[in-house]
Design a protein. Structure first.
Length: 120
C-alpha cells in the first residue's frame, strides 16, 4: 500500500509541477527590484495564547516602510497560526492592521509561499 500511495503522490506532484496555472513564479534579481522576505508570523487571535500579539505594531511599521520604498513582499510558511486559532478570529484581530497593510501592496508585489508545515 505504501508504494502505491508513494507513486500516486509523486504522480500528482508531477501533474501540479507541469500545470500552467501552478507554474513557479520567477522573480527578477536585477536592480532595482528589492524584496522583503518574512517567515512564520503565526498570527493568532490577539489574546494570551497569541505569541505574535506583541509584534503587531512593529510589523505594521515594517510593512509601511517596505511599501513606501517599493519592495516586493514574500511571505513564507505559517502566516496564521491555524493549528491554534480559527481564521475568522485571526482576521478579526488583524484585518484593520496587518491585513490592511498587505492589501495596500500591488498584487504583483505580494507573494505567499505555502510551506509543507503550513499544509499539514
Amino acid at each position: 500500500m505504501r508504494d502505491q500511495n508513494y507513486h500516486e503522490t509523486f504522480n500528482r506532484l508531477d501533474e501540479l509541477w507541469e500545470a500552467e496555472e501552478y507554474r513557479t513564479k520567477k522573480l527578477s534579481l536585477d536592480l532595482p527590484h528589492a524584496y522583503a522576505i518574512f517567515s512564520d508570523w503565526h498570527l493568532g487571535n490577539g489574546k494570551g495564547a497569541d505569541n505574535f500579539r506583541r509584534n503587531k505594531a512593529a510589523l505594521v511599521r515594517a510593512l509601511r516602510y517596505y511599501k513606501e520604498r517599493g519592495f516586493t513582499l514574500i511571505l513564507l510558511g505559517d502566516v496564521e497560526e491555524l493549528w491554534q486559532f480559527d481564521f475568522d478570529e485571526i482576521r478579526s484581530r488583524y484585518d484593520a492592521s496587518i491585513y490592511r497593510r498587505l492589501r495596500e501592496f500591488p498584487r504583483q508585489q505580494l507573494h505567499r509561499v505555502f510551506m509543507p508545515s503550513a499544509c499539514r
